[in-house]
Design a protein around this ligand. Structure first.
Ligand SMILES: [Zn+2]
Length: 631
């Protein structure tokens, strides 16, 4: 019966993934529209369910912003090269500009709170980062997304203050361990330079690390003097451009610390990588090339990240179209130089078993536990406390709901796992939404719970936004109900959470942060979070981490950066085999104190898990329990 059901459910899934669609997926490196999230797929059998990850990092709407931005940038870059771009300098801010309401310090508790005047604040104790971002222009909203991504990563190291660069006040860089400026608005033409002259001066004068990413570095050179800039940093930004011969080329690879990292940006969305014009000869210091960009068509190699003096420069903002082996890894590692340079090399790994519901197969769970225990591998087990199939899709049309306490054999298997190295984690309440298909069938494990989604005609999972009744009270009620189901089954209270299919609203994330010590997942970060305005549910960035962070919602988020074993492609997601997970783990060796974290569905056989664990160990990683990941 079981096999028959499996076969019946398998057939439609294969038929819906056409070869044309797969070709498109191969060309674009995956689905383009949803975010770095645990996307769903059509299930392969019964209560089996699926989670997978998308490589892309911006919402559909922000992706449109990105494409328009890329075109605009190249136009402006050509004008600058031709000498026809007029750049009006920033108006000197009227004091006290630092009281701008848009300043958001993210404290150790991380809650974005109305700002105290940052410039007058005492220097933060411990490690602190200042993240400056652009807000001007038609694509200014991209700036906050990138700032959140940067603030999240910097949240691994200490406190973070994020503010629009226009609110910078003299001397501010001296109050932080390091500063990162994200140039995402190309100033010129109708958009006056919003970077205060004080920032240009301070960035040059300070001995503290300044990381500059993307646009406008040429304005700094012009402001402080091109000659002076060249004498201090050894390159000339005013003679450095994104375009090479009419376009941005086809840079598909970034090499860093011996790893070949991917750069998969679809045509039309690529804003290019700045090619820095290095200066030679007396009076110019050596420039360290930290990472190199390689053009797949021309074979040309140019610096992707350089350092001289206190200035580290990255030729692009690396948060779009991020894969598990992506060039964003360079930035994730370079932050150690700025914020924790004494960090020793250390490589740890984490594995969790996913989608264990009251309909799980106890024998499979025990087999997983036996293998991992024999290998002394600690692991997480992500449990859905209530299974439901409200439309009876898998039960001959008869609705079916099973709680943990109604599944004593599964509870026994979970206890067996807990006695053999497992750490209990909470994976939603029902891992589905209401009695609707969201996007597949309404069955626990298959569908989104905290976000709406549908599958479009091209077989992409499209994220539609928060649920209609989304609120803190609604999210809390689901958490409370889930925890009650664990308690009713005599299981301990989970302290870790993973959001079903990695998608929730900003409101939900804040509720989850209050109920659990950490989330272990990829997350969505919505426009409005830093600026303190109403969250825009259609503009967000998805992100995953190579180490534990304190994110802009104020929550500790543990890393999941490799995705999961998935032997067949679905919804334009490529298959991921043990070799793929191991390859991503290898790429992440470039992070000097990084984690290789993946998840695995226990309905698969043990063998691929074994291959993955062994392959990751062979790279030098040590598997640890989730509590270790914050140390
Ligand atoms: Zn799941």
């Amino acid at each position: 019966m079981k096999d028959q059901k499996k076969e019946m459910r398998k057939r439609p899934r294969i038929s819906r993934v056409s070869s044309v669609v797969m070709l498109i997926a191969a060309l674009t490196g995956g689905v383009v529209l949803s975010s770095g999230a645990e996307a769903a797929r059509v299930p392969i059998s019964g209560p089996r369910s699926t989670d997978a990850v998308n490589p892309v990092s911006l919402s559909a709407r922000s992706t449109k912003d990105l494409a328009a931005w890329a075109g605009s940038r190249l136009t402006l870059d050509r004008q600058r090269r031709a000498g026809s771009l007029t750049i009006r300098p920033a108006v000197q801010p009227a004091a006290p500009a630092e009281t701008a309401a848009t300043t958001v310090p993210l404290g150790s508790k991380g809650t974005a709170a109305p700002a105290a005047p940052a410039a007058k604040a005492a220097a933060a104790a411990g490690t602190s980062a200042l993240v400056l971002y652009d807000t001007a222009g038609p694509y200014g909203r991209l700036g906050e997304l990138y700032a959140m991504a940067t603030a999240n990563l910097a949240g691994h190291f200490g406190t973070v203050t994020a503010k629009p660069v226009s609110a910078y006040t003299p001397g501010l860089v001296e109050q932080y361990t390091a500063t990162v400026y994200l140039g995402s608005t190309y100033y010129g033409g109708s958009i006056p330079d919003a970077v205060p002259a004080a920032f240009y001066r301070d960035a040059l004068a300070t001995s503290r690390p300044v990381t500059w990413i993307g646009d406008n570095i040429w304005n700094m050179a012009n402001a402080v003097g091109v000659t002076q800039f060249g004498q201090k940093y050894g390159w000339d930004p005013t003679n450095s451009f994104y375009g090479t011969s009419g376009g941005v080329g086809h840079i598909t690879r970034v090499d860093y610390k011996g790893q070949q990292l991917t750069r998969k940006i679809p045509a039309g969305h690529d804003g290019g990588v700045l090619h820095p014009a290095l200066l030679s000869g007396p009076g110019h210091p050596a420039v360290t090339q930290l990472a190199q960009a390689r053009d797949a068509d021309s074979g040309a190699v140019s610096p992707w990240a350089i350092r001289s003096g206190n200035l580290t420069y990255l030729g692009e903002i690396p948060f779009s179209y991020v894969s598990e082996s992506d060039r964003v890894i360079v930035f994730e590692d370079l932050l150690f130089d700025a914020l924790a340079p004494a960090t020793a090399e250390r490589h740890r790994a984490f594995v969790r078993l996913e989608d264990i519901s009251p309909e799980a197969e106890p024998a499979k769970l025990r087999a997983m536990a036996d293998y991992l225990y024999s290998q002394k591998v600690p692991y997480g087990i992500n449990v859905i406390p209530v299974y439901t199939d409200p439309k009876g899709v898998l039960n001959n049309g008869v609705p079916k709901t099973v709680t943990l306490s109604q599944a004593p054999q599964v509870v026994d298997a979970i206890k067996y796992m807990l006695a053999r190295g497992a750490v209990l984690m909470n994976h939603g309440f029902t891992h589905q939404y209401g009695n609707v298909s969201n996007p597949y069938n309404g069955v626990s494990g298959d569908d989104f719970e905290f976000f709406r989604a549908h599958v479009d005609a091209a077989d992409n999972v499209i994220y539609d936004g928060p649920v209609a009744e989304d609120s803190a009270a609604w999210a809390q009620s689901r958490v409370t109900s889930g925890l009650a189901a664990f308690a009713a089954a005599g299981l301990p209270k989970p302290t870790l959470w993973t959001t079903p299919h990695y998608a929730a609203s900003a409101t939900d994330y804040r509720v989850l942060g209050k109920n659990f010590s950490a989330r272990l997942e990829r997350s969505l970060y919505f426009t409005g979070t830093l600026s303190g305005t109403t969250a825009d549910p259609s503009r967000y960035i998805g992100q995953f981490f190579p180490y534990a962070v304190k994110d802009v919602y104020g929550t500790t988020v543990l890393p999941e950066n490799l995705g999961n074993y998935e032997p067949e492609p679905f919804n334009n997601h490529p298959a991921r085999h043990p070799a793929d997970l191991i390859a991503s783990a290898k790429a992440n060796l470039a992070v000097r104190d990084g984690v290789a974290s993946f998840f695995y569905h226990p309905y698969f056989e043990v063998e691929p898990l074994k291959q993955t664990v062994e392959g990751i160990r062979a790279l030098g990683y040590t598997f640890v329990a989730p509590a270790e990941l914050t140390k």
